[in-house]
Design a protein around this ligand. Structure first.
Ligand SMILES: [Zn+2]
Ligand SMILES: [Zn+2]
Length: 783
């Protein structure tokens, strides 16, 4: 003991060296000056430099213990927006460095770098704009290496100022000094920095484009908002519409002008403390709100919330987020409420505007004034949206702060891949090596504008990552009517590329398998709206067995199909009820009296009776759709009879269920049909009709929970004799439903299974493109 103690000083004096490679989002976020400062503080010598596209290499020489502390602290104290995927530490021979230096890295333009996403204003930048002594006091475009726009202003990679829309603002001498000073932790080599002298300018304009104020545009805009005006605000990734959230009149006017009757608006607060007056949040929620991604988070409304009921009519949760740029912060600071409706500036169904041309054209009848700046938004970036399901955070929209960061997968793709996603809630994705890059949220492809957005993102991603266009695999959905499929076919033909079609719900399930790196025989359930099935019927409630080793899949179970007669059935779900009644042998008279019983008006009944005739003549398409089944229940209960936005009847039903208790549930019935185990959908509808006397919230909650339990039973029964892994994968838009997931967990956990939801890929159709690329890792082979 004593002896070894005496030998300590000797070993401490012994010079050791380590070469450390850090992989992840480590470039463009202030990693090098951070490492430089840390090394100097610990008295280490060596160098740091950027290598490749997303790696930092650091060489440190010093005593063993100090070196270990260095490695520990570089992880625990890293710049806030940085994230580390992997660290490789290698013991090397000391070279006798005399000091620690930041090496200029010869840029390797061929290297594929992780494109940094846009990062919310950091705490230090906030302190600067609030400090009257600081030269950036009240500066609306303040940013640093730790925060600010990135992807939204990059036209080319690598991420250098010349490749961004900041190229037109040459740095003033003060900014240049900061930029060149390695001691300046937040501004050394920070590409996007600026100040009042050299940066972008704000102006407040009227709908005719005439200048209203360029001296104090923020103060004037805030004053106008207080007076009830709706202001289009050009922010980080596009235009928002800002308006008072506390005034019914203002919110009603915004709804009327936007032609958006009920779809919820998000509410932005100056900080999370202010938001606590609106919604209930715990520590974890607050951390998510204040993260560098600063997403919209759906949280339960407080009973005494000051927010107008018209902001999210009929819903239990409010979508809230914090001011994530200095501009938003300064605007909110001037308002009385310190929170405002902040909704994307677009016409319903169209992409958000990102330039003045679009804004003045599309929003001239919506906004009273326009708060604009002269920095170009290169890529439109929507706000990301997160909710909680079964205690987990799940993504509803993966955009600002997350996209287009790549996601690593557990193997190398045989070739470069381009995937076109799904038609609704479209994203596109590319894949190369062991990485998948998913575009930000694009929208529904029935709009010409969305198609051109899709093509724009694809061009940018394919060229930024140098995909080999002569040897591509192109992936599309199987739906013969999809725009995305037509685009994929054309894209593949032009390049002589191989085209692969992946079934919609298989892609859903693979998106989770790929995110979680699952292997073996995996059972997954897709709780979805409508997708094209392998048997040319419509699917949407599918249990699929995936074998990652055999690269095969099989649909083993499903919801029993509902009769769909037209696209109108999705808008007016009671039409599906009429179809079901016809199918079950209810006469026209019986159907009419049932509709009367649930309070449907004469005119509407008349309109719907056509469905009865169509189904009786066999003129319908069978659809095993979870989404439509929930819609029917919501419509019977009078909660959501007409859909005005994606998922509305189901979302409203869930909101009602939060106030309900459990009553006697339906008995769950399964049966076999052509080798597929079926869950009886009709039994659920029948049960709702039988229980109409009970309180609606009780019916809603019991229906949803027992639907989840029904799927759980279906999965457990399918698993018998299949030797599957314990993880049961859940995907599809209805997979975010709190009560369905609770039901699934209840039924599956007692059988020894574990329910797995994705956390980095949205469960809805935004996740399809990721699953399509992942399919190629398993099944596209080397041919
Ligand atoms: Zn900052
Ligand atoms: Zn400056």
């Amino acid at each position: 003991m004593r002896k070894s103690r005496e030998s300590w000083p000797a070993s401490e004096n012994k010079m050791r060296a380590k070469k450390i490679v850090i992989i992840g989002l480590v470039q463009g976020v202030g990693f090098r000056p951070f490492l430089d400062r840390l090394a100097r503080r610990l008295g280490l010598r060596g160098y740091v430099r950027n290598v490749g596209g997303s790696e930092v290499e650091v060489w440190v020489e010093g005593g063993e213990e100090i070196l270990e502390e260095f490695v520990k602290r570089l992880v625990s104290e890293k710049p806030p927006p940085a994230f580390i995927e992997e660290i490789r530490v290698e013991e090397v021979e000391p070279q006798g460095y005399r000091e620690f230096i930041i090496k200029e890295s010869g840029r390797d333009f061929k290297a594929r770098s992780n494109i940094p996403p846009d990062i919310a204003m950091c705490h230090d930048c906030l302190l600067e704009i609030l400090n009257p002594e600081d030269r950036r006091y009240r500066y609306p475009f303040n940013s640093c290496a730790w925060c600010g726009p990135r992807f939204s202003m990059i036209s080319n990679i690598p991420y250098d100022r010349v490749n961004t829309s900041m190229r037109k603002y040459p740095l003033c001498s003060e900014c240049l000094r900061e930029y060149k000073d390695p001691e300046n932790l937040r501004r050394y080599h920070a590409q996007g920095i600026s100040c009042k002298v050299d940066g972008p300018r704000l102006a407040l304009l009227d709908p005719g484009g005439m200048l209203v104020d360029d001296k104090n545009p923020i103060e004037t805009a805030a004053k106008l908002i207080e007076e009830g005006s709706i202001i289009a605000v050009k922010g980080l990734g596009g235009f928002h519409l800002a308006a008072l959230a506390t005034s019914d009149d203002v919110v009603a006017r915004l709804r009327a002008r936007k032609k958006r009757p009920r779809k919820p608006f998000a509410v932005m607060g100056i900080d999370s403390i202010v938001l606590r007056r609106l919604v209930y949040m715990d520590e974890g929620d607050e951390e998510v709100l204040n993260s560098p991604q600063a997403p919209i988070l759906l949280l339960p409304k407080r009973e005494d919330t000051p927010v107008s009921k018209l902001v999210s009519p009929g819903l239990s949760h409010e979508g809230v987020f914090v001011a994530y740029t200095p501009l938003h912060y300064l605007l909110l600071k001037e308002t009385r409420d310190k929170f405002l409706v902040m909704t994307s500036g677009n016409l319903t169904g169209e992409p958000m505007c990102r330039d003045e041309d679009c804004a003045f054209r599309e929003l001239k009848n919506v906004a009273d004034y326009f708060l604009v700046h002269d920095r170009e938004i290169v890529h439109r970036v929507d706000d990301s949206v997160i909710r909680k399901t079964g205690g987990r955070y799940v993504l509803l929209r993966r955009s600002r702060g997350y996209a287009p960061l790549w996601i690593r997968i557990p193997g190398k793709l045989p070739r470069d891949v381009v995937a076109f996603g799904s038609d609704l809630n479209n994203t596109v994705a590319i894949g190369f090596e062991d990485k998948i890059v998913v575009s930000p949220y694009i929208g529904d492809l029935d709009e010409a504008k969305s198609v051109s957005e899709l093509e724009g993102y694809l061009r940018f991603l394919v060229s930024s990552y140098h995909l080999n266009e002569d040897n591509l695999i192109v992936v599309s959905d199987k739906h013969p009517g999809y725009v995305s499929k037509r685009l994929a076919v054309e894209y593949a033909e032009k390049r002589g590329a191989r085209l692969v079609e992946v079934q919609h719900h298989l892609a859903h399930i693979l998106s989770v398998v790929g995110e979680k790196w699952l292997e073996g025989r995996i059972l997954g359930v897709a709780l979805d709206g409508l997708g094209w099935g392998d048997d040319n019927t419509i699917w949407g409630g599918e249990v699929i067995l995936v074998d990652t080793e055999e690269a095969s899949y099989k649909r083993v179970a499903s919801l029993s199909p509902l009769p769909l007669t037209s696209d109108m059935d999705t808008v007016k779900p009671l039409r599906i009820l009429v179809g079901l009644l016809a199918e079950k042998g209810f006469s026209l008279e019986e159907t009419v009296s049932m509709l009367k019983r649930i309070g449907v008006g004469e005119d509407e009944i008349h309109e719907m009776l056509l469905v009865h005739r169509l189904v009786n003549r066999g003129l319908f398409k069978p659809a095993s759709s979870t989404g439509r089944l929930i819609d029917v229940a919501s419509a019977i209960l009078g909660v959501g009879r007409e859909r005005s936005y994606d998922g509305e009847p189901a979302i409203r039903l869930e909101a009602v269920a939060f106030n309900g208790g459990l009553i006697d549930p339906p008995d769950i019935r399964t049966y076999g049909e052509n080798g597929v185990l079926r869950l009886n959908a009709w039994r659920y509808i029948e049960w709702v009709l039988e229980n109409l006397g009970a309180p609606t919230p009780h019916i809603a909650r019991t229906f949803l929970k027992s639907l989840g339990e029904g799927y759980g039973r279906l999965i457990a029964e399918s698993a018998r004799g299949l030797r599957v892994e314990p993880e049961i994968v859940v995907s599809g838009g209805a997979g975010v439903n709190e009560f369905i997931v609770r039901g699934l967990e209840k039924a599956l956990e007692r059988e020894g299974f574990k329910v797995v939801l994705p956390s980095r890929i949205p469960l809805n159709d935004e996740g399809i493109s990721f699953g399509q690329v992942y399919y190629c890792l398993l099944a596209c082979g080397s041919t």
